[in-house]
Design a protein around this ligand. Sequence first.
Ligand SMILES: Cc1cc2nc3c(=O)[nH]c(=O)nc-3n(C[C@H](O)[C@H](O)[C@H](O)COP(=O)(O)OP(=O)(O)OC[C@H]3O[C@@H](n4cnc5c(N)ncnc54)[C@H](O)[C@@H]3O)c2cc1C
Length: 456
Amino acid sequence: MNYYVEPARQIPVMLQTEVLVVGGGPSGIAAAIAAARQGIPTTLIERYGCYGGMMTTAGVESIAWWRHESTVEANGLAREIEETARKMGATAPEPQSLSQAINAEKFKLVADVMLEQAGVQRVLHITAVDVIKEQNKITGVITESKSGRQAILAQVIIDCTGDADIAAFAGAPFHKRSKEDLMCVTTVFSCSNVNKNRFMTHIKETQPKYGDWGADEENKNWSYDIHDSCKAMFSPYLGKVFAKGKSAGMIPANVTLGGSWSTVTDYGDANYLNVVSIPAVDCTDVLDLTRAEIDGRKQAMQAIEVLKKYLPGFENAELKNFGMTVGTRESRHIIGRCRITGDDICHQGRHADSIGVFPEFIDGNGRLQLPLKPHYFQIPYGSLVPQNVENLLVCGRAIDADDFAYATIRNMGCCIVTGEGAGVAAAVALQSATGVSQVNIHDVQARLEASGVKVF
Ligand SMILES: Cc1cc2nc3c(=O)[nH]c(=O)nc-3n(C[C@H](O)[C@H](O)[C@H](O)COP(=O)(O)OP(=O)(O)OC[C@H]3O[C@@H](n4cnc5c(N)ncnc54)[C@H](O)[C@@H]3O)c2cc1C
């Protein structure tokens, strides 16, 4: 690679804040609201024109599709966000669980309202591209936007970029699996002009189940290990239809389509069609992202042709929209003070520095297990604390977790728990004049419990 040496230059300080949250996905929204509710001046910056992260920018609707009668979860902001969205008319019942599916478009408004009510200062269309560091302390970030290159100074920074961008810029250690092992990326799309009655009749007649996942030999790119407890349960899975398309030569040999639908409206919109999987994409590599966007759109159109031909109710379906960005699932995970492991997920891990809980739910790396028992693990604060950098916490899908545990902690509900914990911890640190890595965890836990979070 050739290099160009960028000359040093003076840039304006756009603003100063106490807590700066970078990235407005589920974890970032939660972190910003939690810090602001503790009375701390908080700013949330986001590279796109809306908050919501994968929910609004990729179109991922199902915030808690794993919830059943016995499921134990943290509640707190995770439930509040879902419930506020319901009250604002931005949800519909999710078809396989006791949860609400989020309307990706309307959620943009829900996030605006919740952040405004919490008093969070918001800046959209701005990307953090570097950090300002004094020895091992981060004191701000460098941003790029239509306003040019500017600095934002802060006392605590919470990295909610999903890709641990800030931690990486700051030189904190992280791990990232090889490209071939990373979870696939997906172009989520929605269709209009679907005949809901015909489609739902077909679903009632065929009753797809979790046990069907990856079962069609004609159209298979990995095998699923489905836990016996959920094999016979209903799943909004679309597999057979793509097996037919594959046999008919409508899907290229190197492409595998298959996945799920979510909500279908009375006016004929089928939302959050999650059936495209593009492997070997490093979503911190702009050329990989470019290939994924282009291939993803092409595959989504191939999927629509198959749905029109073989899926009752979709005969006259048309593309309504692609997610405004390809949906990315996995990239960097920090190496923190504590790693969440597969053992934590499967054997109800307990941690003295817990900031909240998440159910024993596994969805990824070819494995599915629903939380049908009241089993849960505790999320250690140490998994948010990066090494070698002060004033920084990392939340959401970039916390420290092994490959197995990652399939669980990447869920939006879990990301929100980490965000809420980080927001409160930042406030405690600032109010007690300590660093976030030495914060009084008992104080953090007490404040979280007072906000309705199940911490232990
Ligand atoms: C197709 C697909 C289906 C999924 N299905 C489910 C599901 O059914 N249920 C579930 O719970 N989870 C699901 N997930 C996973 C879940 O959506 C993510 O793991 C979760 O959204 C991660 O939240 P986050 O806050 O860590 O990051 P993100 O949601 O990725 O949000 C990060 C935000 O930071 C912004 N950002 C990034 N870099 C910068 C920067 N340098 N400067 C400024 N802003 C920046 C981004 O624009 C984005 O808004 C799915 C994911 C995909 C892709």
